[in-house]
Design a protein around this ligand. Structure first.
Ligand code: MN3
Length: 264
């Protein structure tokens, strides 16, 4: 039932995309088939079964799970307020506008990410901005930080040698991202953890990502995320982030990602 729905929606989406293209004479079946095939969102794509992929147009900005001042002193109240109520709100609004303009209303969020290379920059920038922040708010919490427990702790030790080594790698990715972007901890299609960085609002779910995977932890290193408190001192902001990581949520997302990758 679910598989046939996915096939159906992928086909409908391809037809919509083809029909939207300006200067398209007649629609050839081959064109639709090739877009579907190379989109990275085949019906077998395990990423599409993730809970976050139930998000569809109109995309809503979920309520911040804590107050603007809840992550003080590590992330200041003014930054949180502007970041959530201005930046994230604008990404959400502009993403919905881009979805409408590009006939993507029937596509799920991860289907859109899976074919982002074929879509206009507005969809890529605002779609990434919408989802990346949504994830970012959830993987932080007041009275958090420390280290993960259970299977995630064990697998971080296996895949990165130790928690300290992982912390170094993630910190390095966040520090060395040139200009605006994000640092990530994700799970690849083999169920292995990896650290990566992306530019602008790209994320590891997009077909343009150097390494594709399911993100379970992220850090925004755009200047708007830290400049009011830390100015040019990005390393200090990155160091402070470890005090607000909501490992319970990261562990929950890790378990889900492993279940999904094992299904493929
Ligand atoms: Mn941001």
């Amino acid at each position: 039932m679910k598989t046939s729905y996915l096939i159906f929606s992928t086909v409908i989406l391809s037809i919509l995309l083809i029909s939207f293209k300006p200067n398209t004479g007649s629609i050839k079946e081959n064109d639709a088939a090739s877009i579907t095939k190379s989109s990275g969102s085949s019906p077998e794509d395990p990423f599409l079964t993730l809970a976050d992929n139930s998000m569809k147009y109109p995309f809503v900005q979920e309520k911040l799970p804590y107050g603007y001042d809840a992550l003080e002193p590590y992330i200041d109240k003014q930054t949180m307020e502007i970041h959530y109520s201005k930046h994230h709100a604008a990404y959400t609004e502009n993403f919905n506008t881009a979805v409408e303009a590009n006939n993507l209303k029937d596509a799920s969020l991860f289907e859109i990410f899976g074919m982002i290379s074929k879509l206009p920059a507005a969809v890529r920038n605002h779609g990434g901005g919408y989802y990346n922040h949504l994830l970012f708010w959830q993987v932080m919490a007041p009275n958090a930080g420390g280290q993960p427990t259970g299977k995630l702790a064990e697998d971080i030790a296996t895949d990165f040698e130790s928690f300290e080594r992982f912390k170094e790698k993630f910190t390095d990715a966040a520090k060395t991202q040139f200009g605006s972007g994000w640092a990530w901890l994700s799970v690849n299609s083999d169920g292995k953890l990896f650290v990566s960085k992306t530019s602008n609002q790209d994320n590891p779910l997009m077909d343009v990502a150097e390494v594709k995977g399911i993100p379970i932890l992220c850090l925004d290193v755009w200047e708007h995320a830290y400049y009011l408190k830390y100015q040019n001192k990005r390393p200090d902001y990155i160091a402070a982030f470890w005090n607000v990581i909501n490992w319970k949520e990261v562990e929950r997302r890790y378990t889900e990602a492993l279940n999904v990758t094992m299904k493929k």
